[in-house]
Design a protein around this ligand. Structure first.
Ligand code: AHR
Length: 315
């Protein structure tokens, strides 16, 4: 009797003796940061998909710093998680830590952004085709100016330097522009994928006297929204004086399109959580996953589609 009471007290105090050990898969996930509405939707998708898949998620925010991300991955290795996933801040500089994960026998899945490392160092990469997104933006833009304009001046706001989406979205955009010689990128600045960064970059471009600006191509919606504020402050009408296209298709971009300040946005789907959890379950079961899983359903939205879809837009 006294023994049973002692056991009960121990169980209440430590929670140990009467519970089964946690049998869930443990996933260590290192996120880029919280720089944009897209990123916040992506984080939410990963957290909720882990919860519904009964996967224990160790989540770490790198605050857009590669060193933080490498430290987080090393920490996951120390904790001997079952799988590591991460969305790399930049594309280069991962060989060492990926080799360490492999030596520890922990599979790594890349989400959202690619790296330049040997694909043998990771199990698979799940994310959008950023080059194609850049092409889509350019294909739309070249239809917006009639042939009477001899030269169309474009300002480009790039994402985080060295990140896969910044490199690829530029490449895809320029690939299409090369077929349309009257379109010129007259300025290209980084806004680091954030609204404040987009505003600051556009402020400095306007302050330098850059004119005329016929079009703006921003690598994400947040930077376009920041630039819109800057253009308005300078007395220009965004969406009218300057035709604007960006990438992501978040709710705030839909609102800006309905207000006539943004003209189009290319969808980049942030809801990667469910597909990531499927891949995690597969690698833990010892089954191979595709080296490259491309996220589909990436449309180009304009004000008309924004009006129809705004009520159902979740992020
Ligand atoms: O890697 C995806 C990009 O990163 C999104 O377009 C952007 O909003 C985010 O910060």
């Amino acid at each position: 009797m006294r023994f049973t009471i002692l056991l009960l007290i121990c169980a209440l105090m430590t929670g140990c003796s009467r519970h089964e050990p946690d049998q869930r898969i443990v996933l260590g996930f290192s996120q880029v940061g919280a720089e944009s509405a897209w990123r916040q939707a992506n984080t939410e998708s990963i957290k909720s998909a882990a919860a519904t898949s009964n996967i224990k998620l160790l989540f770490s925010d790198a605050e857009q710093n590669q060193e933080n991300q490498i430290a987080a991955i090393r920490d996951f290795i120390r904790q001997r998680v079952d799988v590591i996933a991460f969305s790399p801040v930049v594309a280069t500089g991962w060989d060492e830590v990926l080799t360490e994960a492999r030596a520890a026998g922990i599979p790594v899945i890349l989400t959202d952004r690619a790296v330049t490392s040997d694909p043998a160092l990771y199990a698979g990469f799940l994310g959008s085709d950023f080059v194609e997104e850049g092409r889509k933006a350019a294909r739309w833009l070249v239809t917006q100016f009639d042939d009477s304009m001899a030269a169309v001046h474009i300002v480009e706001l790039r994402g985080t330097p060295g990140s896969a989406p910044a490199t690829d979205r530029k490449r895809g955009f320029e690939e299409i522009l090369a077929q349309h010689p009257r379109f010129h990128i007259v300025r290209s600045e980084s806004g680091d994928f954030s609204r404040e960064g987009g505003k600051a970059a556009m402020d400095s471009i306007l302050k330098s006297g850059e004119r005329p600006i016929h079009a703006l191509y921003a690598h994400n919606d947040d930077m376009a929204l920041g630039a819109i504020e800057s253009l308005e402050r300078a007395g220009l009408k965004p969406g009218v004086d300057v035709r604007i296209i960006s990438i992501d298709a978040v709710r705030a971009a839909f609102e800006a399109m309905i207000a006539g300040k943004l003209n189009a946005t290319v969808e980049c789907n942030p809801l990667l959580g469910p597909q990531l959890m499927t891949s995690v379950t597969e690698v833990v079961a010892g089954r191979p996953i595709a080296k490259r899983i491309v996220v589909d359903e990436e449309a180009v939205f304009t004000a008309d589609t924004a009006r129809q879809l705004i009520q159902t837009r979740k992020y």
